[in-house]
Design a protein around this ligand. Structure first.
Ligand code: 3SK
Length: 538
């Protein structure tokens, strides 16, 4: 059990120094490395800087940074101060960034020049709650993270590196395990993002049961991530989890593409790669293109395992990955409501197409859609229902949204709103979001089932199915990305439709097939179906 006095700064960082790991590499970025001692010293100085600028325990500090070393010491600096971490995407549009500042009531912001220029008018308003905005170089463009920043400073807008060099190292603020520590935003398909307020215990609990016991992070690991650090999935897998075991986090700030990821893998030789299904597919395509061009193929031999989450990993894709790379992918399901992954495949127990079994310490129930509480009679094995999850990392609720909180959180339980079924052995299978289901010609169609079926066809690299309106009727449309060596042609569209008609029930075939170069993704690496609907409407 976790102590009452639980600072995440100690749990993830300062305890490593007491374990004698101070001189070990904590963070890699390009050719440079920072040891645990260096990250700890900078984090204590960050806390000193926050204190000097009047940032107090419990107040939000908004981190809007790319994946680069300052992310690490800002994150642990906020926790050292006893303040609360909130994170945003540095590439988000201006109105989303302004929303984050207002919604979080942040008293400090740490960001890059491009974002700082956008936020400056808000921060400098006389009634702004922001006391200080610290600016680091735009490392995403390749600048040295400790080089001077080319912008005007003054008032509340402060250049981080020189201020940090002068700041005193602050002690760790004492915080209770049940005090808010980090906010995680849900990426709901409608409305503004809402933050899950999480306490310190949530992170320590999941780290113990998922990262250490289920997938088995080790001190010797080197990690790399496709999703960016501001997304809770990667904040866990590529910052908190490696730090919890004294491993090394490899960071790269370029936009994740097969090329930039392949470079990071070649440079850091990671043992653990955090991935998402679309990038697993793209890496396979990239590897095939390298082979076709007579170039050396991808070498992923350093990887002990990859993680996949964020959206469903189609079984055929995982089978292709295993056949090519002979390397495990642990697909799992997590959410911002639960901090992280609560059901997962794991070493020695990978069931293709499934999300694995419950992570020890959590409890799962698949309940009928109309169930109002976790006590309802569960669905029989194989029967589809809504997943409910219980565990010590459940969020306290959504900030400024009690109604949504009442609908989602029921005591210790979280109603995920997503559809699943579980087999008699306890393996969990995703069946789509309840609001994704389409009624076509009076019959229910699950886009996920059609997508998985189309992916089994040798010509398909990626596919997304949506519902479209045609003269008042709902029809299914498939957006298809082809594998190398296959050309878009109406005959191929007919072949793909036939493949679905003969594999699944006939009515499930997509009425329209459009070939596209790529599928749009949101900032968490998930296929953006809202954008596909808009694309269709144009
Ligand atoms: O939102 C998600 O998909 C997710 C997945 C794994 C871990 C954490 C999160 C937020």
């Amino acid at each position: 059990s976790l102590p009452d006095d639980l600072s995440l700064a100690r749990y993830f960082l300062y305890d490593r120094l007491e374990e004698g790991l101070g001189s070990k590499a904590a963070v890699l970025f390009g050719e440079r490395r920072w040891t645990y001692d260096e990250v700890a010293s900078k984090s204590r100085r960050m806390a000193g800087l926050f204190a000097a600028h009047g940032i107090r325990r419990g107040e939000r500090v908004l981190i809007v940074l790319p994946d680069a070393p300052p992310f690490a010491w800002t994150f642990f600096g906020v926790l050292t101060r006893g303040a609360v971490v909130a994170m945003g995407n540095p590439n988000a549009p201006e109105e989303n960034l302004a929303y984050l500042v207002a919604y979080t009531r942040a008293t400090a912001i740490v960001t890059v020049p491009e974002v700082a220029e956008k936020l400056r008018p808000i921060v400098e308003r006389h009634d702004s709650e922001v006391l200080a905005m610290f600016v680091v170089p735009d490392v995403a463009t390749g600048d040295d993270p400790e080089k001077p920043v080319p912008m005007a400073f003054g008032g509340k807008v402060i250049e981080l590196a020189p201020a940090l060099a002068k700041a005193p190292e602050a002690p760790v603020t004492k915080v209770h395990r049940d005090e808010p520590a980090i906010w995680l935003f849900t990426s709901g398909s409608t409305g503004e993002p809402k933050a899950n307020v999480h306490t310190g215990r949530d992170f320590a609990f999941n780290t113990e049961v998922y990262a250490k016991k289920t997938v088995g992070y080790r001190e010797s690991d080197v990690t790399v991530s496709v999703p960016r650090l501001f997304f809770g999935y990667a904040t866990g897998t590529n910052l908190m989890f490696p730090f919890a075991v004294g491993a090394t986090a490899g960071l790269f700030s370029e936009r994740p593409t097969p090329e930039s990821l392949a470079n990071a893998i070649a440079m850091y030789k990671p043992t653990v790669v955090t991935n998402v299904p679309t990038m697993l597919g793209k890496l396979l395509e990239y590897d095939a293109e390298l082979e076709a061009a007579g170039k050396p193929r991808l070498n992923l031999s350093s990887i002990r395992f990859s993680l996949s989450a964020g959206e469903a990993l189609p079984g055929p894709l995982l089978a292709r990955w295993q056949a090519r790379f002979a390397s495990d992918v642990y697909d799992g399901i997590g959410s911002a409501e639960m901090f992280h992954i609560y059901a997962s495949n794991r070493p020695g127990d990978v069931k293709i197409g499934s999300l694995g079994k419950v992570v020890e310490g959590y409890e799962l129930r698949v309940l009928p859609e109309e169930a109002e509480g976790a006590g309802a009679t569960p669905c029989a094995p194989g029967e589809i229902g809504v997943l409910w999850v219980k565990g010590d990392s459940v969020s306290q609720g959504y900030w400024l949204d009690r109604d949504k909180s009442f609908r989602t959180f029921h005591g210790h339980w979280c109603r995920t709103g997503d559809l699943f079924h579980m087999d008699a052995q306890g393996y969990l299978y995703f069946a789509g979001r309840a609001d994704d289901l389409l009624k076509v010609g009076g019959q229910w169609v699950a886009p996920l089932e059609v997508e998985e079926c189309m992916l089994e066809h040798g010509a398909v690299a990626a596919v997304a199915v949506i519902g479209i309106e045609d003269e008042g009727l709902t029809k299914t449309k498939a957006f298809v990305v082809l594998r190398a060596g296959h050309a878009a042609h109406p005959d191929l569209a007919v072949q793909l439709q036939e493949h679905v008609r003969t594999t699944l029930a006939k009515y499930k075939y997509p009425r329209v097939v459009e070939f596209v170069e790529d599928l749009p993704k949101n900032d968490r690496g998930k296929v953006d179906k809202k954008a596909l609907r808009a694309q269709h409407a144009r």
